[in-house]
Write a protein that binds this ligand. Structure first.
Ligand SMILES: *[C@@H]1O[C@H](CO)[C@@H](O)[C@H](O)[C@H]1NC(C)=O
Ligand SMILES: *[C@@H]1O[C@H](CO)[C@@H](O)[C@H](O)[C@H]1NC(C)=O
Ligand SMILES: *[C@@H]1O[C@H](CO)[C@@H](O)[C@H](O)[C@H]1NC(C)=O
Ligand SMILES: *[C@@H]1O[C@H](CO)[C@@H](O)[C@H](O)[C@H]1NC(C)=O
Ligand SMILES: *[C@@H]1O[C@H](CO)[C@@H](O)[C@H](O)[C@H]1NC(C)=O
Ligand SMILES: *[C@@H]1O[C@H](CO)[C@@H](O)[C@H](O)[C@H]1NC(C)=O
Ligand SMILES: *[C@@H]1O[C@H](CO)[C@@H](O)[C@H](O)[C@H]1NC(C)=O
Ligand SMILES: *[C@@H]1O[C@H](CO)[C@@H](O)[C@H](O)[C@H]1NC(C)=O
Ligand SMILES: *[C@@H]1O[C@H](CO)[C@@H](O)[C@H](O)[C@H]1NC(C)=O
Ligand SMILES: *[C@@H]1O[C@H](CO)[C@@H](O)[C@H](O)[C@H]1NC(C)=O
Ligand SMILES: *[C@@H]1O[C@H](CO)[C@@H](O)[C@H](O)[C@H]1NC(C)=O
Ligand SMILES: *[C@@H]1O[C@H](CO)[C@@H](O)[C@H](O)[C@H]1NC(C)=O
Length: 492
């Protein structure tokens, strides 16, 4: 039976672990100061850390024995609370190799309102294999997970977070209405993370995300850089995030570009046409006469006006272009029918098992995608607002940026990703946009096409739906590693 514990209601305090302020924190300056305590609840030991500077609290279980079972690899799962009744779920896995020097990566799923546990565990595959980039996965309809040899913690220390509040296992008062207002919460939880997990504080840090992450990724990276700037000029006393890389696959960056490319993909993707040329022409005419003007009106404002919501409604007709003609395909992988017998969502059964929830420290019922979280984004018209200028500013800041896309996805298709990346403005723009793509290989086998100029790379992944790490796990790990090593991607 699950109850929501007030965060300091100790069921029993373990001997020798009474609440106390750590001397280390006081010595190291106030930005790290906090109070650490350990308590046992229902037979499970929780560590609680209250961070003085931000008021954030971390409440976690160490080494639950769930998911990452590689000997000697530590894992932590629980909550970051960034205010009263404002709790974001996290699961943190140490790297399987050289954890003490490996970089740190944050993975965020999209939605808005979809859990990062999807990235950790799940994929909508018709292959009896269910995995994305996490340490464990479910094979052959198994009810318990096994280790994933291509988990991204093969290379990096890996943090999954369910945000905004209300997503996944996260719970409480959600005040986020869009991408811009979501960023400070993520920054704040990272402050608490670094204050407690001190060994990661100056580590190379990469942000990896997909789908709605085309909005989250640029904005969060940009916000972290802005906060770093304020730390440098001493107007803010906080922990710098050593952001070195941003990777976004199958992202939603810019509706003006992507609504149009959606029609092009539907007509001209490399698998089969979803619509014929006369239907495409009708949709293009509609895009030009109704959708585009609405998006341009939206693009001229950052305020909370009805214009962006209206633009979204107006573009709906274009959005759903092919679903009228192909109602029975899986839009996340057009090679599959929607009626395909997906493997049962094994990970869902697992994560809702009360014994598993207790072991990992989950306090609220899991929701894969939360409508309540999504609603304010929709009302704000957040999806119609472009984050391409923000992406450009992040590329200009010289961190390594990878924009990639699986080429069988129709939800955030690669035509739109490619057109968006070609529209990024930075010192290499002219060379980048005119450069031809080359084959990208994995062990000599062509797995896609790519190009790189300076710190910006593009990769189209063949034979992959929306969730690339599920469909091409070995390739995804190689590309993740190269990007986090601050290199342009290159074939092997
Ligand atoms: C933590 O904050 C409290 C009140 O905000 C303050 O009294 C205390 O000195 C702080 N502790 C440290 C170690 O900075
Ligand atoms: C997995 O379960 C699905 C749905 O129950 C079934 O169609 C499929 O054959 C199963 N696969 C295996 C490998 O058992
Ligand atoms: C926490 O926030 C949720 C969502 O707003 C609300 O339903 C719940 O009553 C709040 N709980 C407490 C203890 O304030
Ligand atoms: C949610 O948090 C906001 C900002 O802190 C606060 O103004 C509001 O009263 C809170 N709502 C609830 C239901 O607690
Ligand atoms: C410090 O940097 C921040 C973020 O870049 C900026 O907003 C602020 O104006 C700067 N303050 C000063 C005093 O330069
Ligand atoms: C599809 O490709 C053809 C040939 O390149 C081109 O003429 C046509 O405009 C494209 N269709 C769309 C909808 O982009
Ligand atoms: C395009 O598809 C529509 C709907 O299936 C059909 O009515 C129309 O005849 C087709 N046009 C061409 C040129 O194939
Ligand atoms: C959208 O607005 C941004 C400024 O926020 C501007 O840079 C961009 O050119 C605009 N896009 C279009 C297509 O007008
Ligand atoms: C064009 O878009 C409008 C507004 O969304 C819609 O009402 C209309 O049915 C669309 N026309 C076609 C031909 O799709
Ligand atoms: C979780 O779901 C169960 C079963 O639907 C329900 O009894 C319980 O109250 C829920 N718990 C929370 C914290 O919402
Ligand atoms: C960008 O980064 C590269 C590689 O680290 C470096 O050589 C170059 O000088 C940097 N450029 C700027 C403008 O900081
Ligand atoms: C790229 O890969 C494809 C598929 O393997 C191959 O047919 C083609 O020759 C390759 N192109 C180059 C330039 O190597």
């Amino acid at each position: 039976m699950l109850v929501q514990f007030p965060s300091f209601l100790a069921v029993s305090v373990l001997a020798g672990f009474a609440t106390h302020v750590l001397g280390l924190n006081i010595l190291q300056g106030s930005k790290f100061a906090g109070k650490r305590s350990v308590e046992e609840r229902d037979g499970v030991v929780h560590t609680i850390f209250e961070h003085n500077a931000t008021g954030a609290t971390i409440d976690y279980v160490k080494n639950s024995g769930i998911c990452e079972t590689t000997p000697g690899v530590n894992q932590y799962s629980g909550y970051f609370s960034v205010g009263k009744n404002m709790s974001m779920w996290f699961w943190f896995f140490e790297a399987r190799h050289d954890a003490e020097s490996a970089p740190l990566a944050l993975w965020l799923n999209g939605g808005p309102g979809c859990s990062s546990m999807i990235g950790l565990f799940q994929a909508r595959l018709n292959q009896c294999i269910s995995r994305e980039n996490g340490p464990c996965q479910f094979y052959n309809n198994a009810t318990t997970p096994s280790l994933n040899p291509y988990s991204w913690n093969e290379y990096a220390n890996l943090l999954y977070v369910d945000e905004p509040i209300g997503t996944g296992f996260s719970y409480g008062n959600d005040t986020v209405v869009g991408t811009v207002s979501a960023a400070p919460f993520v920054w704040k939880l990272l402050q608490a993370f670094f204050a407690h997990f001190r060994q990661y504080e100056s580590r190379d840090f990469g942000l990896f995300t997909e789908s709605y992450g085309g909005h989250y990724g640029p904005e969060f990276a940009s916000y972290f850089e802005q906060q770093n700037g304020a730390i440098h000029n001493k107007s803010l006393h906080a922990e710098e995030i050593n952001l070195v890389a941003l990777g976004i696959n199958n992202g939603w960056y810019d509706a003006i570009i992507q609504e149009r490319e959606f029609i092009s993909f539907s007509a001209n993707n490399s698998y089969y046409p979803l619509i014929n040329s006369s239907i495409a022409d009708a949709y293009l005419a509609n895009y030009t006469s109704t959708c585009l003007p609405a998006l341009l009106t939206c693009n001229s404002t950052t305020e909370e006006t009805p214009q962006c919501y209206n633009a979204h409604e107006t573009c709906n007709a274009v959005d759903n272009a092919f679903s009228v003609y192909y109602p029975d395909i899986d839009y996340y992988d057009i090679r599959q029918p929607s009626s395909a017998p997906f493997p049962p969502e094994t990970y869902l059964n697992y994560l809702t098992d009360p014994a598993v929830m207790k072991a990992i420290g989950a306090k609220s019922n899991y929701s894969e995608c939360s409508d309540a979280v999504d609603l304010p984004f929709a009302q704000f018209g957040d999806g119609s607002r472009s984050f391409l200028p923000t992406l450009s500013s992040v590329v200009q800041s010289n961190i390594t940026v990878l924009i990639w896309a699986g080429d069988a996805d129709a939800v955030c298709d690669w035509f739109g990703g490619f057109a968006s990346v070609n529209a990024v403005e930075y010192s290499g723009s002219a060379e980048f946009s005119s450069k031809a793509v080359a084959n990208y290989t994995l062990g000599g086998v062509t797995k896609g096409t790519y190009k790189s100029v300076g710190n910006l790379s593009w990769l189209r992944v063949f034979e992959s739906g929306h969730m690339i790490p599920s469909f091409q796990p070995e390739l995804a790990l190689q590309v993740f590693k190269q990007t986090l090593q601050k290199k342009p991607i290159s074939g092997t």
